[in-house]
Design a protein around this ligand. Structure first.
Ligand code: ADP
Ligand code: S3P
Ligand code: MG
Length: 184
C-alpha cells in the first residue's frame, strides 16, 4: 500500500470524537508513515491546552494556529495527519489538505455524543446541550467534509483496527481515479 501511495500524505477529517487521532496513529503504523496530530502540535507550540487557548485567545486565534500548523506540515511526505474537526472551516486550509489524500471519517452524532459524554477537552462541547451543539456543528460542516477524496462511514461497533482496514481497502479506488484524471 505505501508503494501505491508513493509517500502521499493522508489527512483525516471529520467531527470531533469520530476517532481521527486514535485511527490516525494506527493507520500511520500500518503504512510505515509518521503520525502528526495538528491539535498536539498546537498545544506544544502554545504551551497550553486547547481549552485554555479558546478561553484566553478565542476560537479565531486557535483557527489561525491550526492553519499555520497545517501549512508547515504539508511540506513533508509520508505522514498520516489527524486534524481537528474544524479544520475544514477555512477555505485556505483546503489548498493545504489537497496536497494529500483527504479521508472523511463519518459516524452518527449519537456515537460521538456517547464517546465524549465525560470528556471536558473539547471547548465547543462545553454547552448546556452538547448533543444539539454536535448536531448543529455537523449540519454546518457536512457539506465541507463531503469535499474529501474518501468517505468512510463508521458504525458504533467498529474497532479502530477495523476502521484502518476499511480505509486501506478504499484507498486504491481513489488513487485509480486520480491517475485517470491526471492522464486526461
Ligand atoms: N472505533 C472506536 N471505538 C470506540 N471508541 C473509540 C473509537 N475511536 C475512538 N474512540 C474513543 O473516542 C474518543 C475520541 O477519539 P479521538 O481519536 O480523540 O477522536 P477525534 O480525534 O476525532 O476527536 C476517545 O476516547 C477514543 O478512545
Ligand atoms: O471540531 C472542532 O472545532 C474542534 C475539534 C477538536 O479536535 P478533534 O476533532 O480531534 O476532537 C479541536 O481541534 C478543537 O477542540 C476544535
Ligand atoms: Mg483528535
Amino acid at each position: 500500500m505505501s508503494n501505491l501511495l508513493r509517500g502521499v500524505n493522508l489527512y483525516l477529517i471529520g467531527m470531533m470524537g469520530v476517532g481521527k487521532t486514535t485511527v490516525g496513529r494506527l493507520l500511520a503504523q500500518e503504512l510505515g508513515y509518521g503520525f502528526i496530530d495538528t491539535d498536539d502540535v498546537i498545544v506544544k507550540a502554545a504551551g497550553k491546552s486547547i481549552n485554555d487557548i479558546f478561553t484566553d485567545e478565542g476560537e479565531a486565534a486557535f483557527r489561525q494556529l491550526e492553519s499555520d500548523v497545517l501549512a508547515q506540515v504539508c511540506a513533508y511526505t509520508k505522514l498520516t495527519i489527524a486534524t481537528g474537526g474544524g479544520i475544514v472551516l477555512r477555505q485556505e486550509n483546503w489548498s493545504y489538505l489537497h496536497h494529500g489524500l483527504i479521508v472523511w471519517l463519518d459516524c452518527s452524532v449519537e456515537t460521538i455524543f456517547h464517546r465524549l459524554l465525560e470528556d471536558t477537552t473539547r471547548p465547543l462541547l462545553q454547552d448546556s446541550n452538547p448533543e444539539s451543539k454536535l448536531r448543529s456543528l455537523l449540519e454546518q460542516r457536512q457539506p465541507l467534509y463531503s469535499q474529501a477524496d474518501l468517505h468512510i462511514t463508521i458504525t458504533q461497533e467498529q474497532t479502530p483496527e477495523q476502521i484502518v482496514a476499511s480505509i486501506l481497502a478504499a484507498i486504491p479506488s481513489v488513487l485509480k481515479t486520480q491517475d485517470v484524471q491526471h492522464q486526461n
